[in-house]
Design a binder for this molecule. Structure first.
Ligand code: GLN
Length: 416
């Protein structure tokens, strides 16, 4: 019997994240600012392979009714309207994939069209190649009767021509990456009620061997007012207002004060921060919100090296099996019954494009868009579930409060 042989392919991609502060009813202005920003990105041979925009990148996020959002929704079947037009133009201008969050309506010709919170994946020819719908909804999505993705989490193939190198022969090869999209709340426990340790999104993608994970987000900064009582508390609103003034930005946050971060050599280790480090203040808008970045890493725990998993297997192998059966997953917190760490020896690339700015004087977005590689290395003896865990490589992050673009050249290995 011949064993199937796998080949290691080194994938090289240039990824750009665009961080925006879109405000409701300012679609045109946001598109205009986006182009000013995009015009800093090189074209031709140095152009990115993938550009990622935030959730509801151009429309703003805090819609409070179906009536309010309807005029901003795009129909994914015709793939027409200003948002698709923009995405297609970006893809063609930079000869790349564009991933952009937008409110979707599925038209049945009546007022009853179904609404989703979606992300379009547009290829270099300007064709919509995948449309992902948010599976786990946030409270705000429910205000306009958004529906959950009927398919749940999904993967799809994304092909990159001549972006791989066969590590045995040194030859350049085409690669088709197993790709997944997650929109913001998808990373959280379902309805904030599911057991935290189920890590539904990360587990789904670990089980399927997803190689490229793309997350358009409108993730909130912890200074946001989220429950109804706080939102109406004039004193609390005043604090946000005064703080914005202190930071020299208007009540909706900074716009057009761009942070262009193409520094490929920036020392990633500088921004590793222990989760003991808590910074709840909305200030230093040029710097990432490390409390949030650490939280995102925590939500990807199944992809992180944790030596303690070896003990789980020895002591609780049966319990692990029972939980996996109950959850319908192939792993639990990154472990299987035969393998303490399913991800060991693998690589996955994570690109998070989060929005910034403030809406309603209550919702402060966290920005801090960033690119990460889970390297599958268990050579470090740390059980830290934050950015100090060395099985995650930090390519770089944007600041929490500025619009801008971050570009990084990434390298990761896949098996074929
Ligand atoms: N969990 C996210 C947050 O708290 C949800 C926001 C969203 O889905 N846009 O920011």
């Amino acid at each position: 019997m011949t064993r199937p042989t796998t080949t290691k392919i080194l994938v090289d991609l240039r990824i750009a994240l665009v961080q925006l502060n879109p405000q409701i009813s300012q679609l045109e202005q946001t598109i205009k600012r986006s182009w000013t920003l995009l015009n800093n990105i090189p074209k031709g041979s140095k152009s990115p392979d993938l550009i990622v925009f935030p959730e509801f990148a151009l429309t703003g996020y805090n819609f409070h009714s179906r009536e309010q959002i309807l005029p901003y929704c795009s129909d994914s079947v015709s793939a027409k309207g200003p948002i698709f037009q923009f995405a297609k133009q970006v893809s063609k201008a930079f000869n790349c994939y564009t991933v952009i969050g937008y409110p979707e309506r599925v038209d049945d010709g009546s007022d009853l069209s179904v609404l989703y919170n979606s992300a379009a994946v547009v290829n270099a020819n300007g064709n919509l190649v995948f449309n992902y719908r948010k599976s786990f909804l946030y409270e705000t999505d429910k205000e306009w009767q958004c529906e959950e993705n009927p398919e749940g989490f999904q993967t799809f193939p994304l092909s990159f021509l001549q972006k791989g190198t066969d590590l045995k022969t040194g030859e350049k090869v085409d690669v088709i990456l197993k790709t997944g999209v997650g929109i913001c709340m998808d990373l959280s426990p379902y309805e904030f009620k599911a057991p935290f340790n189920d890590f539904e999104f990360a587990t789904y993608h670990l089980d399927r061997g997803t190689e490229l994970i793309i997350c358009p987000m409108a993730w909130l900064h912890s200074s946001s007012l989220t429950d109804a009582e706080d939102k109406n508390d004039r004193g609390k609103k005043m604090l946000i207002k005064e703080n914005l003034k202190l930071n020299g930005v208007p009540e909706y946050g900074s716009q057009g004060d761009f942070q262009i971060n193409f520094n490929q050599n920036s020392k990633p280790d500088r921004i590793r921060m222990d989760s003991e480090f808590v910074d709840k203040d909305y200030d230093k808008l040029n710097e990432p919100d490390m409390t949030n970045v650490n939280y995102w890493m925590l939500r990807f725990l199944p992809f992180l090296n944790l030596p303690i998993r070896n003990n789980w297997l020895q002591n609780n192998g049966d319990v692990l099996g029972q939980i996996m059966e109950m959850n319908g997953t192939k792993s639990y917190m990154g472990a299987t019954q035969s393998d303490p760490w399913k991800f060991k020896g693998k690589n996955a690339l994570l690109a998070i494009a989060n929005r910034c700015g403030v809406e309603d004087g209550t919702t402060v977005f966290a920005g801090s868009s960033g690119i990460y590689k889970f390297n599958g290395e268990d050579t470090h003896e740390s059980d830290h579930i934050d950015t100090t865990n060395e099985s995650v490589y930090l390519y770089g992050n944007m600041g929490k409060g500025k619009e801008g673009v971050l570009i990084r050249d990434v390298e990761f290995e896949i098996d074929r």
